[in-house]
Structure formats: structure tokens, C-alpha cells
Design a protein around this ligand. Sequence first.
Ligand SMILES: NC(=O)c1ccc[n+]([C@@H]2O[C@H](COP(=O)([O-])OP(=O)(O)OC[C@H]3O[C@@H](n4cnc5c(N)ncnc54)[C@H](O)[C@@H]3O)[C@@H](O)[C@H]2O)c1
Length: 261
Amino acid sequence: MALCGKVALITGGAQGIGRAVAETLLENKAKVALVDLNQCVGEQCKKELDQKYNEGNCIFIKCDVTDRRKLEEAFQSTVEKFGRLDIVINNAGINNEKNWEKTIEVNLTSVIKGTYLALEHMSREYGKEGGVIINVSSMAAFLHSPHQPVYTATKHGVIGFSRAMADASEQGDYGVRINALCPAFVDTPLLQTVEHEDNMGKFVKFKDHFKQSMDKYGVLKPSLIAEGMMQLITDSSLNGAVMKITCSKGIHFHTYEPLSA
Ligand SMILES: NC(=O)c1ccc[n+]([C@@H]2O[C@H](COP(=O)([O-])OP(=O)(O)OC[C@H]3O[C@@H](n4cnc5c(N)ncnc54)[C@H](O)[C@@H]3O)[C@@H](O)[C@H]2O)c1
């Protein structure tokens, strides 16, 4: 897929990984809708991206992805503004073991909603031209750590859902590729949340273990995650792919054994 003129919607696009991906898309002449809860950071991000990549290529839409109606409106206004939709990145995520129900809502339920809405706007089933969806999971889906049990469960869920939907898309001829991206630790504000009882609840006592893991495995730059994301977006052979990004191996893919009963 060539990116010039394509339209992307990124949830959680105001900072961290989402913002890095937005920048790379804009560099490649795509149009971008930043969909994020945080109005202040979102507006500042749009202002800075306008200065760098010219006005008219990026919009900010304040939206809590857990609010179904607002998320529908975010998709609608992106299509109204730019005339089409080609790329959807379900990236918004939180790390909250105290309010773990919210973590499931944001990290998994909203990724499912975002995928279904993306299909309504891109799938041949709905008379559209096709596109690509990337759902952001985590290396947490391949490890297990004492400090993030529910976060880990949501990231497992994102992979299972994305792979099943990739098969549905292929068999149903949706014309939409659906892939999952699993970064290891990335240098974003999300990483700071592991220090706080408000986020971690009783698991905050394992924060030293978490920091030791960060020292052991290293912390990635958001720009490398954006590079991996571009590969998932542009390589038309990738559907149902699970990309891992780690300090030791860089960008690579998880391989699964063939199905057996
Ligand atoms: N940082 C890491 O180490 C890491 C590693 C693996 C995976 N991830 C995943 O990458 C994704 C992005 O994380 P990040 O590190 O950039 O985090 P971040 O906290 O820097 O950015 C997340 C963005 O999502 C937004 N957001 C949160 N809840 C929202 C909601 N309900 N509605 C709309 N927007 C909402 C926030 O306002 C923020 O702008 C997440 O899914 C996260 O789980 C992060």
C-alpha cells in the first residue's frame, strides 16, 4: 500500500507510540486523525504536527474510546473531513490493575469496537474499497509478570481477536488486512504508571521486579515501533501477522505451529 493520500485514524494518537506513528504517516504524505481522550495533549500534538507537516493533513478528535457513540462519531468525522478511510490503528491503552475492569474496556473491548467500526468504513462487505487495521498488543502477551495480570490478559485477547478476524476477513473477502503489533518496553508516559498505587493497586509492591525487567530487556524508542507499524501497513502480504519488537531481536514475527486437534 502506498501511503500518499491515504487516510489513517489512530486511537490514543496524542502521545507515545500513537504520536510517533502519526508523525511517520504524515512524513509519508498520509492524512491522520488523532483520536484521544486527552484534549490538552491532543491539541498541542496537532499544533506541533501542523507546524511540521502543514495544516490540513491532521485533525484531533477528542474521544473516549470506551464511549461507543463518540467512537462512531470519531470515525464518521474522519471520513467527512478526509473523504475516505484506509488505515485504522487501535492503539489507545492503559495500565490499570486497580480499576481492572476499565483496563479490559479500553485495551480489549474498545479494540474490538474499533475493529468493527473500521470494517464498516473499509470492508468490501459494506461496499468499501478495503484497507488495513493494526491492533496494538504487547510483548506482555508472550510473557507473564506479577505486576500486570489483567493488562496481560487484554493483550492476549487482542492477539486472539485479531488473528480470528484476519481469517474472517480472508474467508469473507473483506479486502481488509488485520494485524497485531507487540512491542516490548517503550519509552512513553505509560511506563511511568507502574510506579503508582493508583494504577497498580496491590501489585505496586512488585514495581522493583518491573524495573529489573526493564533493565534486563531494555527500553525501545517509539520511532522503532512506528517503523514496524509501517511494515504492517504497507506490506500487502501481511494478514493475521503478529509482529514482535524487542531490543535483542528488533522487528520480527511470532511463528505459530500448524493447527492440530
Ligand atoms: N509503552 C510501552 O512500554 C508499551 C509496550 C507494549 C505495548 N504498549 C501499548 O501501546 C499502546 C500505546 O501506549 P503508549 O505507551 O504510547 O501509552 P501512552 O500512555 O503514552 O499513550 C496512550 C494514549 O492513549 C490515550 N488514551 C488512554 N485511554 C483512552 C481512552 N479511553 N480513549 C481515548 N484515548 C485514550 C491517552 O490519552 C494517551 O494519549 C497501548 O495499547 C499500550 O498498551 C505500550
